[in-house]
Design a protein around this ligand. Structure first.
Ligand code: HEM
Ligand code: SF4
Ligand code: SF4
Length: 493
């Protein structure tokens, strides 16, 4: 949109009596590639509305608007007004009968407000649209999109690494589809505007101009009521909905004695809630992690990144550099120990046994605890990325035949992860490509990832069956079967 907009602006005559002709010249390709650029600008703008509305519906359906997401949600709602104002204002610059209709429909809508005067009078049959007024329209069509850009920037300020560019294949596919549409069905103008006549039949762009049709049918006040009502409902959602009333997850807490200032939690936090700051305990050569509880989603991804979250530590109580009070890493180790003890009592025929690490059911309704049986130990966590990879190695050393890690549907590229980056970090850490990594010595055919979401119970159970079947055929590397680490034994004994 921005690129085609800048290009179209080069060929655009900014005078009131030259604008229409210059757009016609573009459509006739008297300005090189003018028709393609103009059509691309139009179709990309339509696609933008569609994608933003889909984004809104998706976040809404997934219940992603309360607590730590309030900021993203409310700034998103404001951006909607700017999206429409940007698009509708663009139509006016063509200065054809559609522009005339849209501009007058907009001023009639504004005139319904008592304090704005009668704007529509500027466009009655006797009025002349001056260059000055046209400059104002151009200023609006550049200024409002710039304000939108600023709002988009604000919108993602509370997120770390916001996904602002699509994957290459999607970007190329979308660009190709828009170019094909622009070439196959180039945009054409309506007849030139004439304030002495009322435009007759018009081809409306329903993505943007449907609001005018609604105001025509129901009245300007009805449109105000619908728009302000919808905006108020959307703004109230993060405070009044069921999700909003649910308890906010507790924030991560830093334990300075176990923090060495490595900044892994800072690098992995999906909500930019961790900052690295000068130490408060006098160890001046180091920094320390500090959590902003207001930004924190309570996802536990930081605990999964912390080097002190390793179960191999010999301390009786596993305290980590950063942890979630509601689901501490120490409790995960205790649950794993209990599962391994259970496995060790199993008769030989009940193997292979598998430890399943997966995120809590509250997110999507899929409860991994349903997998629990004599030879399966399902250990729920806040997010798949709360799992420090050393837990996988520990489980395998201490008696598990396999480890299955599961999290939100959609794969390691991000997918549906409730906490945005959990799947990605889990995939990279287990592949050995991101710290903390799963050590190369861990046999990879004994570790599997299976992403699953709401309604995927059968799929996950099938993955587990297939994994178990593959484990039965996987030999341990030559030499004696690895045993639980000496430190772990010492601690347990
Ligand atoms: C100009 C239009 C908009 C643009 C360009 C935009 C873009 C984005 C981007 C890039 C993200 C980050 C995605 C990620 O990396 O996880 C995001 C997140 C988000 N957006 Fe929008 N957005 C827009 C409008 C809206 C609207 C209208 C709403 C809803 C009213 C909305 C609600 C949200 C929410 C709640 C998140 C946070 C998701 C999370 O924390 O998991 N956005 N948006
Ligand atoms: S990951 Fe752990 S050790 Fe590293 S900075 Fe964060 S809290 Fe400290
Ligand atoms: S719990 Fe999640 S949001 Fe909070 S600091 Fe840790 S990684 Fe960041």
């Amino acid at each position: 949109m921005a690129a085609s907009g800048v290009y179209v602006y080069i060929g655009f005559d900014t005078r009131a009596d030259g604008a229409y002709a210059s757009v016609e010249r573009m459509s006739a390709n008297a300005f090189p590639l003018g028709s393609l650029a103009r059509s691309l600008h139009r179709y990309a703008s339509d696609a933008f509305v569609l994608v933003v509305l889909l984004h809104l519906v998706r976040e809404w359906l997934l219940g992603r608007y309360a607590h730590f997401r309030r900021f993203s949600w409310t700034t998103g709602v404001f951006s909607l007004w700017l999206v429409y104002a940007s698009g509708i204002g663009g139509y006016w610059l063509v200065w054809d009968t559609l522009a005339q209709y849209s501009l007058i429909a907009t001023t009639e809508w504004l005139d319904a407000l008592p304090f704005l005067g009668q704007l529509t009078r500027n466009f009655d049959a006797t009025a002349k649209v001056s260059d000055r007024l046209f400059s104002l329209l151009i200023f609006l069509h550049i200024g409002i999109p710039l304000a939108l850009l600023a709002t988009m920037w604000v919108h993602v300020q509370r997120l770390a690494r916001p996904a602002t560019t699509p994957p290459r294949a999607l970007a190329l596919g979308t660009a190709g589809a828009l170019v094909a549409l622009a070439l196959g069905k180039p945009v054409a103008s309506a007849p030139p505007a004439d304030l002495a006549t009322v435009p007759g039949t018009l081809a409306l762009d329903w993505f943007y101009l449907g609001v005018h049709a609604f105001a025509d049918a129901a009245g300007a006040w009805a449109l105000w009521a619908v728009l302000l009502g919808a905006t108020a409902c959307l703004l109230a959602l993060p405070w009044l909905s069921r999700e909003a009333r649910a308890r906010r997850p507790g924030a991560a807490v830093v334990d300075l004695a176990n923090c060495n200032g490595c900044a892994r939690c800072f690098a992995d936090c999906p909500y930019a809630a961790v900052t690295m700051q000068p130490r408060s305990d006098g160890r001046n050569h180091l920094r320390q992690a500090v959590v902003d509880a207001d930004l924190c989603a309570g996802c536990g991804v930081c605990a999964g990144a912390c080097p002190s979250s390793t179960p191999f530590r010999s301390t009786a109580e596993l305290v980590t550099g950063i942890d979630l009070p509601q689901a501490p890493i120490g409790a995960l180790r205790a649950a794993l120990e209990a599962a391994l003890d259970r496995f060790s009592a199993l008769p030989a025929g009940r193997r292979p046994n598998v430890v399943v690490f997966g995120c809590v059911p509250a997110h999507c309704g899929l409860d991994i605890r349903a997998l629990d049986d004599a030879s399966t130990a399902a250990l729920p966590m806040l997010c798949a990325a709360q799992l420090p990879p050393s837990f996988v190695e520990y489980a395998l050393r201490a008696g598990a035949d396999g480890v299955l890690v599961t999290g939100c549907r959609g794969g390691t590229q991000g997918g549906d992860c409730v906490y945005r980056l959990g799947n990605r970090w889990t995939g990279l850490r287990l592949a050995g490509a991101r710290e903390p990594h799963l050590r190369a010595a861990v046999p990879r055919d004994r570790v599997r990832i299976a992403w699953a979401g709401r309604g995927d119970e059968a799929l996950l159970a099938g993955e587990l069956r297939a994994f178990r079947a593959s484990l039965a055929t996987v030999p341990w590397p030559a030499g004696p079967r690895p045993k639980r680490s000496e430190t772990a034994h010492a601690r347990r004994d």
